[in-house]
Every structure is written in structure tokens, then in C-alpha cells.
Design a protein around this ligand. Sequence first.
Ligand code: NAP
Ligand code: MG
Length: 454
Amino acid sequence: MSTYTVINPATATAVKDVALADLATTDATIAKANKAFETWRLVNPGDRAKLLRNFARVVDEHLEELAQLEVLNSGHTIGNARWEAGNVRDCLNYYSAAPERLFGRQIPVPNGIDITFKEPLGVIGIIVPWNFPMPIAGWGFAPALAAGNTVVLKPAELTPLTAIRLGELALVAGIPEGVFNVIPGKGSIVGERFVTNPIVRKIVFTGSTTVGKGIMRGCADQVKRLTLELGGKSANVIFADADIERAAAGAPGSVFDNAGQDCCARSRILVQRSVLDSFMEKFEVAVKKFRVESPELETAEMGPLISAGQLERVREYVPAGTEIAFTGSMPTGPGFWMAPTVLLAKSTSDRAYREEIFGPVVSVIAFEDEADAIRLANDSEYGLSGSIWTRDLAKGVRVSRGIEAGNLSVNSNSSVRYWTPFGGYKQSGLGRELGPDALDAFTETKNVFFDTNN
Ligand code: NAP
Ligand code: MG
């Protein structure tokens, strides 16, 4: 069996070796999950709910341990990592209310009774990226398990540690063996097998748009159900009538949080021309104050990038000679560090302005009026997230309805709550996670007609 050496990105030192599953192990685990499905789907709804609440409680009891593990494996700031572990707990608690509430409908029909049932699909394959290992896993497995499915979960090769621990904690909580299975391994082996193995009935994929498209093509062979959460190039739209102070103070966090490795990163800042200078002045102060430092420090606002490879990829967007508006700070020494970097886009065809960078680089561009702002915001193949800053409520409503994106916030940069829907327009994805509707993505609707004529 091959292994992968987990590296601490803040120090570039080895943490531990993790065994990578091969095809045979993957198939055996999928078969185990399928066997467990026979009984898990029949667990009485109240008991399944209790088990999920137990799981949430056990995650909460291990919150600090999970958070520290994420700091070590992913270089996330300790503050973020605690939120991330808490988010898994919250998702489990939220969906623990689902088993007793998976209502069908009774629909009036002649000559009988018509009832719909929400039935689980079977084994769900969840493929997780390295940028938010815990939350993205939880957004998949919590509703999947609540609806009566069993799960095989593949963490990203770079960040398997918290997923492995969550798999152990599920057993501690009393989730039966085989119901929730974590399979560390390569995307090209374990991930692809989820797509090709017909026992897996649905794929939940979060990651790059390129890999997502390949998975979508693969799923077509079996008409396999699929949810995709892909890339983004979200706009932070700042109107002249906004509270510029607040917009500028919030902008660094909206793009540099998690070192910009966030599909919701507001990596294009669109500023109305009349306030561009005033915004840039305040934004510079905020970026220079943004604390990029060892992620275990309580004060850290940004840590390192995930890997040497990612650092190199991101740096290519800022080649030597690039005109940089200003940068923030970063520590010296080992680790995959990059300072927050602010560019003024020369044109909308600049690579850094158009492409998802997935690193701490943001492009600023001016717009003239409301129509121009909406046109620029929508001039992207992506449509995941975005922010709108204005004191004019009606304008906030119009612009939020005009931007083609799944998660927008007005006078705020917050776009993720476990109880509201999350997902993308256009090439940012397919389907929605979280919130009340996610259960539809993990169930089939069965319609049954009962003839009452005899
Ligand atoms: P990635 O290369 O697409 O990998 C994502 C996951 O897919 C990993 O677990 C990876 O395994 C696996 N994988 C790779 N090739 C596969 C294949 N052929 N078949 C099945 N699975 C395969 O993306 P990443 O580099 O981890 O993450 C960065 C990207 O994800 C960014 O572009 C970002 O926009 C996107 N993202 C989007 C969201 C969202 O919610 N919309 C959230 C997070 C990230 P390995 O680790 O072994 O390669
Ligand atoms: Mg990859």
C-alpha cells in the first residue's frame, strides 16, 4: 500500500504518513457501506436522529483536538479551525432533526390514495477538497446519513487527518460500523472509483471546475446523481453611497481569509469610480493591518497556503514586473507563505482578474453606474458568491437580483450558514447544499397509488 506524507504548511515539515487506499480496498469499503445500508435505512427515525445528535456531541467534545489537527495539517488559523469543527457539529445537529421529518405528501386522486415517500439512495460517495476539509465533508455526510444513506468519503490527499478522526468519532458516537467510511487515497484512484463503481448511487463533489466536469461526464454513464460545488471569482461591489469605511475594513477578510483558498473569496473588487481613491486608501490600511502569522496564534487572521505547489501556482499570477498596488505582510522563514497582494486590473481580460487564483491575490476595478456594476459582476463563467455595499436599500435589492450567483450578501461578506442553501450558478456548480432543501439531494421521491375501489 502506498502512503502520503502529510506536511505542515506553516513549517514545511512532515507530520505523519497516511496509507492510501488502492482499488481493491476502495471496492471492499463500498461493498461494506452497501451492506450497512440494508440496516441503516431501517433504523427507526427517532433512533437515527439520536445517533446523529450523539455524533454532534462527540464532535463537540473533541472540538479543540479537531481544530488543532486542522491547524497542523492545513495551516488554518486556530480561530477558523474551531469554527470549522463547530460547523460539523452544527450540521449534524441541524440534520439530526430530519429523520422524523422526511415527510412525503398525500395528493388527491380519483379512485384511491396517492402518497409520496422520500427514500434514501444507497451509498453516497463524497469527494472533498483540501481547502475546507471539515465543513465540506460535513455538508455532505450529515444530510446524507440523516436521510438514511450510507457514506464513503474521500478526503483530499493533502488533508486527510480531520476526516480520518471524524470517521473514528462516528464509531465512538455509536454510528454503526460501515455506515460512515473514510477512505484516504488519490483522486485518480479512490475518487474515480466512486464514479465508476455502480454501487455508489450519488457523488457529492467539491473541487476544481476541471475535475468536476470530468466527474460529470463519468456520472453520465450510469445516470449517477451528482452535486457539484466548483470554483468562483466572486465580486465585492462597492457603491459610492456605501459605508466605505466598513466595506474597506471587511474587504481583506472577504478575500484573504484561508489565504484566499476559498471558493467564495471576493477576489474581484468592483468600486464605483467616484470613491475609488478613498476606498483604496482605507483598503490599504486594512490590508497592512491584516495579521498573517503562525496559524496557531490566537491573533492570526491568515496562515500559509496549503502546499509548495499551490504557492507556486498562485505566484504565477503575479510574475516579476507585475504592477502591484500594495501588499500586506507575511512571516519570514519556512512554510508556504505569501503576502496578501492587491492589483489594479488594467482590463477585464487580465488573467488575474478573470481566473480563479485560489490564493491571496485580489484585483480591483472601477465601474461607472449600477448597470455597469451588474454587467461586470456577471462577466465571469462562475457565479458562486458576492457582496454588495450600498446604503440604498432598493439598489441593494435590485443588484442582488441582477447578479447571477448563488450566495450574495448586502452590506456583509458572510455567505455560509448551515441552515441556508449554498451553491453556484453557471460553472460554479450544480445543486445546493445545506439548508432545508439539501435533503432532496439525498433522497428519491417515490409515488405510490393505492386503488380503493375494492
Ligand atoms: P481538485 O483537484 O478538483 O480536487 C478535489 C478533490 O477531488 C480531491 O479530493 C481530489 O483528490 C479529487 N480528485 C482529483 N481528481 C479526481 C478524479 N479524476 N476523480 C475523482 N476525484 C478526483 O481541487 P483541489 O485542488 O482539491 O481544490 C481547489 C479547487 O476546488 C479550487 O479550484 C476551488 O475553486 C475548488 N473549490 C470549490 C468549492 C465550492 O464549494 N464551490 C469549495 C472548495 C474548493 P486528490 O486530493 O487526491 O487530488
Ligand atoms: Mg487537484
